[in-house]
Ligand binder design. Structure first.
Ligand code: UD1
Ligand code: MG
Length: 460
């Protein structure tokens, strides 16, 4: 076995993004681009990761640590080219016995499957393997120059290419893999005598060839190696990612009535026989079990910056239309959540219902309990959050305010319009509104009086 070390180049600031956020931290499907790249590397069997960042890019380092765990960060003080960038990880490269793969942090659509194919070229005897593609428009890319017998001889950057070389349509994606004990010596021999005055990693191919080592190219579809340099390319990458993921979800046995209107996150998990109506949004950290129905215009948030709690929607539940499910919601089996209901950090046990206009926050709703329209869990006093618990089978009448911390016993009734500030015993009725009184014929007398008064006023 050849252990695999991946070097991710992420030192570029990405000035065309016009952002204070380093380019590789811009998200696709809710995950930083560099996170996608690290996931693909791991899927291809990469054990160790080196991430090369520019000075002052601690945020990238933090994100990379979050995604790669064991990843090591190297700072490339000056951006002198891709060859120079890889050597920023020299300490790790010199220690490493095995294959080395170089990826770009701004190429988020690369897949583990393709990277495995690239590695297979090393198993087949190449010392250097380059991932190539045939773009609709090759301008700007390095061209892969081959000998016709499957051997890659050189990579020529566009700025240094002759007219003949520019006519080659097979281009360098930037992804390269190496199996050589002499990698560092290969990289050390790269010179910057070229149009850009940079140390080109791509020159490693020609140097390897001169050493009698074999280089090979492996082809992949253009969309997998699309680089993101601007906000419109970010949106284009997002669109491609979403299209592919929706197909996977449908292949997994879910119905998406209007797939193009469903937005998924990088980690959304959707079970079988799930139906998703149009305009549904999944933030990161959402799991949907089998036979769930998510009706139109539902927003399911999952993780956010403050909370690391995801959302789980258990089998047979029905959500929406127009529901808002937020971090920490655990929607139990066969639960019904209706229109304009918000659930946050709350567990709803099997068969519980909140069918219309409610806020269920920081609480527990027991099995089969019914939360009437307009019920609010008053969970926040302006300083602290408090919990509300509702026992199994309890019935909360419409327009009730449950002022937390408060417990409603199982089987209890809360009368409509009550403001509950004290615990309610099991099977009791709690009612806090004034008693209703009635004045017979009052309305009829009132009407007559007012009509007269109005007629009098008009006569004046
Ligand atoms: C590179 C390739 C080119 C390929 C193209 C694919 C070289 C010399 N050329 O060109 O053959 O067709 O990508 O998109 O490799 N980086 C650093 N430090 C540096 C320079 C670059 O970390 O000093 C990083 C950048 O942040 C970027 C990546 O390396 O993620 C590629 O650099 P870039 O300058 O975009 O190279 P290209 O000119 O696009
Ligand atoms: Mg580039």
């Amino acid at each position: 076995m050849h252990p695999l070390l991946t070097v991710v180049l992420a030192a570029g600031k990405g000035t065309r993004m016009k952002s204070t956020l380093p380019k590789v931290l811009h998200p696709i499907a809710g995950l930083a681009m560099v996170g996608h790249v690290l996931h693909a590397a791991r899927a291809a069997g990469s054990g160790v990761t080196a991430i090369v960042v520019g000075p002052g890019m601690e945020a990238v380092a933090r994100a990379a640590h979050h995604e790669a765990g064991e990843g090591e960060i190297f700072v490339q003080e000056e951006q002198l080219g891709t060859g120079h960038a890889v050597l920023a990880a020299r300490r790790l490269l010199e220690r490493h016995q095995g294959d080395v793969m170089v990826l770009y942090g701004d190429t988020p659509l690369i897949t583990g499957k393709t990277l495995k194919r690239l590695r297979a070229a090393l198993d087949a005897g190449a010392a250097v393997a380059v991932l190539g593609f045939r773009p609709a428009d090759p301008s700007g890319y390095g061209r892969l120059l081959s000998d016709g017998a499957g051997n890659l001889l050189a990579i020529r950057e566009e700025k240094d290419a002759t007219e003949g070389e520019k006519a080659v349509g097979f281009c360098n994606s930037g992804v390269m893999a190496f199996r050589t004990t002499a990698l560092v010596s290969l990289l050390d021999r790269i010179r910057n005598a070229n149009a850009k005055g940079e140390y080109y990693l791509t020159d490693a191919v020609e140097i390897a060839h001169a050493d009698g080592l074999r280089a090979a190219a492996v082809e992949c579809p253009e969309r997998e190696v699309m680089g993101v340099n601007s906000r419109d390319q970010l949106a284009a990458a997002e669109r491609i990612w979403q299209e592919e993921r929706r197909l996977e979800v449908m292949r997994g046995g879910a119905t998406l009535i209007a797939p193009e209107t469903v937005w998924l996150s990088h980690d959304t998990r959707i079970g079988q026989d799930v139906v998703i109506e149009p305009n549904v949004f999944f933030g990161p950290g959402v799991t949907v079990e089998d036979r769930v129905i998510i009706k139109a215009n539902t927003h399911i948030q999952g993780f956010d910056q403050k909370s690391r709690d995801g959302v789980v929607i258990r089998s047979g539940a029905e959500i929406g239309p127009f529901a808002r499910i937020r971090p920490g919601a655990d929607i139990g089996p066969d639960v019904h959540i209706g229109n304009f209901v918000e659930v946050k950090n709350a567990k709803m046990e099997a068969g519980a219902k909140a069918n219309h206009l409610a806020y269920v926050g920081d609480g527990l709703v027991g099995a089969g309990a019914n939360i009437g329209a307009g019920t609010i869990f008053c969970n926040y006093d302006g300083y602290f959050k408090h919990r509300t618990t509702i026992g199994a089978g309890a019935f909360i009448g419409s327009n009730s305010s449950l002022v937390a911390p408060v417990n409603i016993g199982s089987g209890a009734y809360v009368a409509s319009g009550s403001v509950i500030t004290k615990d309610v015993s099991a099977d009791a009725l709690a009612i806090t509104r004034p008693q209703q009184s009635e004045r017979p014929d009052w309305a009829a007398k009132f009407r007559t009086m007012m009509q007269r008064r109005k007629a009098g006023a008009a006569g004046k």
